[in-house]
Ligand binder design. Structure first.
Ligand SMILES: Nc1ncnc2c1ncn2[C@@H]1O[C@H](COP(=O)(O)OP(=O)(O)OP(=O)(O)O)[C@@H](O)[C@H]1O
Ligand SMILES: [Mg+2]
Length: 319
């Protein structure tokens, strides 16, 4: 994918400044991601700190929007100025494709890190945004569960591998495959926050129950507590009576986890993924882009508040 270009209005919005604040000698018809990064540095227009979050998009059920949501979320956070690493955990390589790359073109994946002890930094790739990196995936990743099976400390491989690089990123986003195995267990153990994309249908309920049981057993058996769990309703179509009923059932059963922002069904969103372009590039005015932005607007203040509270606690303990 070619690097996108942006209008001054978009740039001002991404930097959180008014268009007039862009210095006259830096004004252009179209801005590249590098131009924007330079401006961000000049204006010191960095977003509020969120600490170092590791966020997993997971649902054992297939086709609920894990990849569409995780890739557009990661992309938009990078556009807003966060340093982001997107890790494609799925041997289908769809997250890699959504960024405009073919997984098969990459020699190394996370398999090399988890199984062959390649340092994680060696498999990180640069995207077309200067502050968005990714780890690609391809079919070779399909053997990872089997390869991990006989290993000691097999649940902690990913968490340990991330230690060398996590300080470089504000947010690490994982796109999980729709399966229930050691790789996803590694991802859960590496994550602070869990995003569960669900479709508003009753079949999704079954998968949710299993997922919440797994999360609970992680807490009990492996002593790993997630900071946040967000259920995100995706591909919602309010004209379907069943979808409205399913949403009400989610509100009844999971009120504390359900995000108030819903991602509506959006053809342009689906089209963008199939073309290997993030929806914010393909059509930043689409319902899909607007809804992901609304989700970010809902979540970011909570992450900023959590980071501030953790810092305060750290300072108090140090003092
Ligand atoms: N909000 C939406 N509106 C319309 N289509 C969508 C939306 N979200 C996802 N889709 C489409 O639904 C299909 C499944 O989405 P996606 O690949 O993101 O799901 P997934 O959970 O990652 O699937 P898998 O379990 O195979 O990894 C894709 O064709 C995608 O383009
Ligand atoms: Mg997927």
């Amino acid at each position: 994918m070619e690097a996108p270009t942006y209008s001054s209005k978009q740039v001002a919005e991404m930097l959180g400044v008014s268009p007039k604040q862009i210095p006259e000698d830096a004004r252009k018809e179209a801005y590249t991601p590098d131009d924007i990064w330079e401006l961000r540095t000049t204006l010191n227009a960095f977003p509020a700190r969120v600490g170092h979050r590791r966020q997993l998009f997971l649902n054992f059920k297939g086709g609920t929007g894990k990849t569409s949501l995780s890739t557009s979320y990661a992309w938009r956070l990078a556009e807003l100025g966060y340093a982001v690493l997107l890790i494609d955990l799925d041997s289908q390589g769809h997250a890699t494709k959504c960024l405009g790359y073919e997984g098969e073109d990459f020699e190394k994946t996370l398999l090399d890190v988890l199984v062959r002890k390649t340092p994680l930094a060696k498999v990180i790739q640069k995207s077309t945004l200067p502050n968005l990196d990714f780890i690609p995936s391809n079919l070779t990743m399909s053997t990872v569960d089997l390869a991990l099976m006989p290993m000691a400390g097999r649940e902690f491989k990913l968490r340990n591998a991330l230690k060398d690089v996590e300080a470089q990123y504000d947010i690490i986003v994982f796109d999980a495959p729709p399966s229930f195995g050691l790789l996803n267990l590694n991802a859960l153990m590496a994550a602070n926050d869990l995003f569960v994309p669900v479709l508003a249908d009753f079949l999704s309920f079954h998968g949710l129950k299993l997922l919440f049981e797994t999360v609970q057993s992680l807490e009990e058996d492996l002593n790993h507590v997630l900071d946040h769990v967000f259920i995100v309703v995706n591909s919602f179509n309010a004209t379907f009576k069943l979808a409205k009923e399913a949403l009400e059932a989610l509100q009844t059963h999971y009120p504390e986890f359900l995000l108030p922002t819903i991602i509506r069904q959006c053809t342009k969103f689906a089209q963008a993924s199939s073309e290997g372009r993030p929806v914010f590039v393909a059509d930043p005015t689409s319902k899909g882009a607007n809804d992901i932005q609304a989700m970010i607007d809902n979540i970011l203040p909570r992450l900023v508040a959590a980071a501030a509270a953790a810092q305060k606690k750290g300072t108090q303990q140090a003092g």
